[in-house]
Unconditional design. Structure first.
Length: 501
């Protein structure tokens, strides 16, 4: 009989299957800043009776800089993977009880800052994020939908806009948080998010941001005219072609003036509106790292543990496991069920303690790598000394995955001798010239902003002229690159920068 070969295409999601529950837990904990991490630990203590607060000496969280070549180790992750591969069968669980209880892990919370912590808190008691979450709490949502909206809120830029695509958000939720959601479902939840105050929050573009604000207004002819400008004449609106808009909409001078005045009341950056209300502080900033630079150039840092509790396995649960082990030959069915419950709670507690430890190690490795790569800045405090550094650079130095470095850098701050900065502050791309010289985009943007600030506003400089002036300063970049950096900094084109007076 002749054999035939049939080629089939089959699409499978293998990546999700390869990610264990412990890895998902670690990914979530690594991303949390200090305050939210403390809340998560308190919640775990409340939910798992096998966990309890421990009393003991603090674990040192300090690293003294010696600029050594520390080759990263993956032993922690191998051990974690080995723990996840254990069987849940009752007999094997019984065999492992003795070994597991010989050295039950204890997480030591690190240095307790006490009153000093109060001095490192910058901002109001309620952050912008907290106020948004209070509004989310008033919505009728499932646990999954509430988590997705919270994730979207964490993805907002400083101006309150959501520039991460819904496709990317769905992918991140699936890979790192084990939440399967379609783009249509994400779009529906984004619509719920956009109902929050201030109006325009969660918009994906300037046009959508302004339209959301107009939609909140009461129905009126003025509202219809404003919406018409934003939908049918948005390009002219952004370019300030008021005469063309007036002509196309057949408006009188008075009507055009009133319409323009109303449009100018719209806020293109709704995320900053709340910050102004709170006294120009959008967030409550508690630094996750404390970096100290001595006069002799020695750099040390500590993880700020704040009020994070120290965790350990409950002794009563450990004793119960040992009691069951000694009597495992004569256990009744009810005792076996009790043992299985106890074992599950202890395993969950061990897994959480281990994840907290690995989180601490991951944060320590990341901060150490950032200090090594940006040492001149930590010594002098001069922003121009920051070298080009991307997530890949830190990932290679620490041996971590790029996504892990990204989560560590998200929403975390470092207190230095020169001020308190978000970790993202230390990352910037590099621009390579035709001669192979690598320039920091941060320096180029700073030089570009300086030129624009000093220009004659009655005759603002075009991008071609800006490119030539930057080349004179030692930054030979093309006009197209100038336009790109200018847009990233929120600076308009020359015509829109012109001032008549």
């Amino acid at each position: 009989m002749a054999q035939s070969q049939i080629q089939e295409q089959k699409q499978e999601q293998r990546q999700l299957q390869s990610i264990s529950a412990q890895q998902l837990l670690l990914a979530q904990l690594v991303e949390l800043p200090l305050q939210q991490m403390t809340e998560r630990m308190e919640t775990e203590l409340h939910d798992n009776p096998a966990l309890e607060k421990a009393m003991g000496d603090d674990e040192a969280g300090e690293w003294t800089d010696s600029v050594g070549d520390d080759s990263p180790s993956h032993e922690d992750y191998d051990a974690q993977r080995e723990r996840e591969e254990r069987s849940d069968a009752l007999d094997q669980a019984l065999q492992n009880i003795g070994r597991d209880d010989e050295d039950l892990p204890v997480y030591q919370g690190g240095h307790q800052w006490g009153d000093e912590q109060e001095n490192t808190v910058i901002g109001e008691e309620r952050s912008f994020y907290d106020m948004l979450m209070e509004q989310v709490g008033e919505m009728e949502l499932s646990e999954r939908d509430r988590y997705v909206i919270e994730y979207m809120l964490q993805s907002l830029d400083d101006d309150g806009l959501l520039r991460t695509s819904l496709g990317d958000i769905c992918e991140q939720l699936a890979i790192y948080h084990d939440i399967d959601i379609t783009e249509e479902q994400a779009l529906s939840l984004l619509g719920r998010l956009q109902q929050l105050d201030p109006p325009g929050i969660g918009a994906r573009s300037l046009q959508e941001c302004l339209m959301l604000q107009v939609e909140r207004r009461k129905a009126s002819p003025m509202r219809e005219q404003m919406m018409k400008v934003l939908t049918e004449h948005f390009d002219d609106f952004t370019k300030k072609h008021w005469n063309r808009i007036q002509q196309q909409m057949a408006l009188s001078d008075i009507q055009a003036e009133e319409l323009l005045a109303e449009l100018r009341h719209l806020n293109p950056k709704p995320g900053t509106a709340m910050g102004e209300t709170l006294g120009h502080t959008m967030q409550q900033i508690t630094p996750d790292f404390i970096v100290d630079t001595q006069d002799d150039g020695t750099i040390t840092f500590q993880l700020n543990s704040g009020d994070m509790p120290q965790l350990e396995i409950s002794q009563s649960f450990a004793d119960l496991l040992k009691e069951f082990q000694n009597n495992r030959e004569n256990m009744t069915r009810q005792q076996k069920e009790a043992l299985l419950y106890t074992k599950q709670k202890v395993d969950a507690a061990q897994g959480f303690i281990e994840a907290v430890k690995i989180r601490r190690q991951t944060l320590t490795k990341t901060m150490k790598a950032i200090i090594q790569l940006q040492r001149p800045f930590f010594e002098e405090g001069d922003e121009e000394l920051l070298r080009p550094m991307i997530l890949k650079d830190v990932a290679e130095l620490t041996g971590q995955d790029i996504s892990t470095i990204s989560r560590v850098s998200n929403s975390k701050y470092v207190q230095t001798r020169w001020g308190t900065f978000p970790l993202k502050f230390f990352f910037s791309d590099g621009y390579v010239t035709q001669n192979g010289e690598e320039l920091s985009t941060r320096k180029i943007k700073a030089a570009l902003k300086e030129i624009i600030d000093q220009e004659d506003k009655r005759k603002p400089l075009s991008d071609d002229v800006l490119s030539a002036l930057l080349a004179q300063k030692g930054y030979p970049i093309a006009r197209r690159t100038v336009a790109k950096y200018r847009e990233q900094m929120g600076l308009p084109v020359a015509r829109l920068r012109r001032q008549l007076k």
